[in-house]
Design a protein around this ligand. Structure first.
Ligand code: ADP
Ligand code: G3P
Length: 500
């Protein structure tokens, strides 16, 4: 047991850090799984070249630290009231830093970034796809960290030789935050985050020498891989006047799976955030998808590794943001619902939001977004409605692939994330999937998952809040027949454009 764990926290609150694509947050949970307070900072996005997406890792750390102090103030709690910290984070995004100074050598490369599409295509052309997929459960795509790490080593002057000498560290956001929280004493990650790097053998749970050689990543760069719950590290006492144990870490989608109570084979959730991520727990079995999905590690809470099937859709909520910020079609994200509801259908408009390529189940790194079916009669409302349809249709594609891989239909889908506030979208989703869509009782399912893991890791009892979220039943069973043929033609036309 760590020193900090011996210091019994007075009331047993859990502090969850949710470092997402668009914001960094800190939330305090009580033992009943309720949010006591939250602090949040929006995260600036940087698009320095077409297809590139970067974050400032130092900014992420200072925001996170500020949120931690602010949430304690808001909750009127002292550090001594916090039993443990849990981290959940945007996955795959990587940062490279100097071990001596803790300074990043370059902007973090975000999961949406496509700059390594050519490098991945070359590995595919050289016949490495089946090997990589077999060992990691992942397709060869710039989405994952390995090709991004190699890019940093090849483009930051001196980085490769310094990495080989052990002077540099690399990691996903959990690893970066854990490094900072421990005052640079611990370089760690958890199994779920490690499984998204494309450098992990998901069956052994260890970094894999063949993968390291293939991508050209020195082992000395990488963090120690730990379970998702347990006494993982202690924070630097200089930060909060005492060491607080860090007892939970999981990538945000695996944390949401855990926070939704999907910890047994066959249970699935879909999170509507920047993208959509549908995960189905598959117990101790790796299901090698034959329908364009990923096999990935679920949160590890015991000695056994457990797995999930995942369908990652890159652009869903980000499409709503683009309509708001890029086109100025709406003033606030929430306004899309009323605008889309003002027309009975999308008037023949189809949006394929391949802004950063297409993820599951199509996997086209080169595809770019497209708008089809415009006429002189097309209005803002038609485009808004087509955008919501595109979110729901992408989820339908993933759901069908998941059912085909699992060999059984999903009877209901648990959902969470920012987009679930949109009742029209949720109803479209239930209609298209032809199954009930159950919205999580708390909007903070991802953070709750991290808090539950941290509670488990420090031996604190925390209950999963009961149901109470809204449920949407299928009503219009004709919607899939009305939209699907046009959608499928639009997706294949978009992919064909990319092929030329
Ligand atoms: N009413 C709404 N309808 C559709 N999308 C929405 C709505 N409100 C928020 N969103 C989208 O949800 C996303 C934010 O959700 P969140 O779960 O916080 O995402 P992330 O963790 O990816 O940052 C944004 O992309 C936003 O555009
Ligand atoms: O931060 P989010 O919610 O956009 O999630 C990002 C995913 O983890 C990317 O794989």
């Amino acid at each position: 047991m760590t020193d900090a764990a011996h210091t019994t926290a007075a009331q047993g609150f859990i502090l969850a850090l949710d470092q997402g694509t668009t914001s960094s947050r800190a939330l305090v949970f009580d033992r009943a799984g309720r949010v006591v307070a939250m602090a949040q900072r929006e995260l600036p996005q940087s698009y320095p070249q077409p297809g590139w997406v970067e974050h400032d890792a130092l900014h992420i750390w200072t925001d996170t630290l500020a949120c931690m102090h602010e949430v304690l103030l808001r909750a009127a709690l002292k550090p001594a009231d916090i039993a443990a910290i849990g981290i959940t984070n945007q996955r795959e995004t990587v940062v490279l830093w100097d071990r001596a100074t803790g300074t990043p050598l370059a902007p973090a490369i975000v999961w949406q970034d496509r700059r390594t599409a050519d490098a991945c295509a070359r590995l595919r052309a050289d016949g490495h796809e089946a090997f990589v997929r077999g060992r990691t459960g992942l397709v060869l795509d710039p989405y994952f960290s390995a090709s991004k790490i190699a890019w940093l080593l090849d483009h930051v002057p001196g980085a490769r030789s310094r990495a080989e000498r052990g002077e540099l560290a690399c990691g996903t956001m959990d690893s970066w935050l854990a490094w900072q929280l421990t005052g640079g004493r611990r370089h760690i990650t958890d199994l779920t985050n490690a499984s998204r790097t494309q450098l992990l053998d998901i069956r052994s749970g260890r970094w894999d020498d063949d993968l390291l050689a293939l991508f050209g990543v020195p082992r000395a760069l990488l963090p120690e891989v730990l379970p998702s719950a347990g006494l993982l590290a202690d924070t630097d006492p200089a930060l909060f006047g005492r060491a607080i144990p860090l007892t939970g870490i999981a990538g945000d989608q695996q944390a949401a799976l855990y926070g939704q109570g999907c910890s047994a084979a066959g249970l699935a959730k879909n999170t509507y955030g920047t993208g959509c991520f549908m995960l189905m727990h598959t117990g101790r079995q790796v299901i090698a998808s034959t329908h364009g999905l990923l096999a990935t590690c679920a949160a590890q809470t015991s000695a056994h590794i457990e797995y999930a099937l995942e369908g990652s859709v890159f652009v869903t909520g980000a499409l709503v943001q683009w309509l708001r910020d890029g086109l100025g079609l709406i003033a606030r994200s929430a306004d899309i619902e009323a605008l889309a509801a003002s027309v009975p259908d999308s008037g023949g408009v189809t949006v394929v939001p391949a802004f950063t390529g297409l993820g599951a189940p199509h996997w086209s790194a080169e595809a770019r977004g497209a708008l089809y079916g415009l006429t002189r009669g097309t209005t803002r409302a038609h485009i808004a409605r087509a955008a919501l349809e595109a979110i729901a249709l992408q989820t339908l594609d993933v759901m069908r692939a998941m059912e085909a891989d699992a060999g059984a239909p999903l009877r209901a889908l648990k959902v969470d994330g920012g987009g679930t506030a949109n009742a029209l979208l949720m109803q479209m989703q239930a209609d298209l999937l032809d199954c009930p869509v159950q919205v999580a009782p708390t909007a903070e399912t991802t953070s709750l998952g991290a808090a539950l893991l941290a509670a488990r890791g420090c031996g604190l009892d925390m209950t999963l809040p009961d149901s109470g979220g809204r449920s949407f039943q299928p009503q219009d069973r004709t919607l899939a027949a009305a939209l699907l043929p046009r959608w499928q033609r639009a997706v294949s036309a978009t992919m064909q454009m990319a092929a030329h």
